[in-house]
Design a protein around this ligand. Structure first.
Ligand code: CO
Length: 178
């Protein structure tokens, strides 16, 4: 997947928790496809795997760049993909319902509907243009991660009452993880 001619060390990156303002930042397009980008992609992939996530966006590790990592098959955790500057160019009419969660909102889930199929255009870490269709859970996760790049977390629009409950839930989950 990644060109690792020179041995690259994987780093576990700390995950930014909601409602940190970094998660509300609209991320910038990547313009330099350099070794720093490759390192970020490697670290994000490692962090996603270690955190048992099925997707991770750069702002969740404190980098406000349009980079995300997902699995093409998120059920079997197969075929990881790094997407740089991803854009949804087409989407289906059908909706796909799933219990939405996020590594930045640990312990909280909310049933959501998203497009059942999407066509995504993106660049790989070497700057090559890529395009593919994604369905069901893979499409769901990519929509969730692209929302992060636009500064949106799936719990943002909920009521203040729910926000307080979510904050308590995060605190409790974090305490149990320690
Ligand atoms: Co998320």
């Amino acid at each position: 997947m990644l060109d690792t001619e020179t041995s690259t060390t994987e780093k576990l990156l700390p995950i930014v928790l909601w409602p940190d303002p970094i998660l509300s930042t609209i991320c910038e397009d990547v313009v330099d496809f350099d070794s720093e980008l490759v390192q970020l992609a490697v670290d994000m992939m490692y962090t996603m795997r270690q955190s048992n996530g099925v997707g991770l966006s750069a702002p969740q590790v404190g980098i406000t760049k349009r980079v995300l990592v997902v699995y093409k098959d998120p059920i079997k955790l197969l075929d990881p993909i790094v997407m740089v500057n991803p854009v949804i160019s087409q989407h289906g009419d059908l909706k796909f319902k799933y219990s939405e969660g996020c590594l930045s909102v640990p312990g909280y889930f909310e049933e959501r509907e998203r497009y059942q199929s999407i066509t995504v255009e993106w660049h790989n870490v070497n700057g090559f243009e890529m395009s593919s269709q994604f369905h069901q859970l893979a499409a769901f996760v990519i929509q969730h991660e692209i929302d992060h790049l636009d500064g949106h977390v799936f719990v943002d629009d909920l009521s203040p009452l729910k926000h307080n409950r979510i904050k308590k839930k995060i605190d409790k989950t974090i305490r149990h993880m320690k």
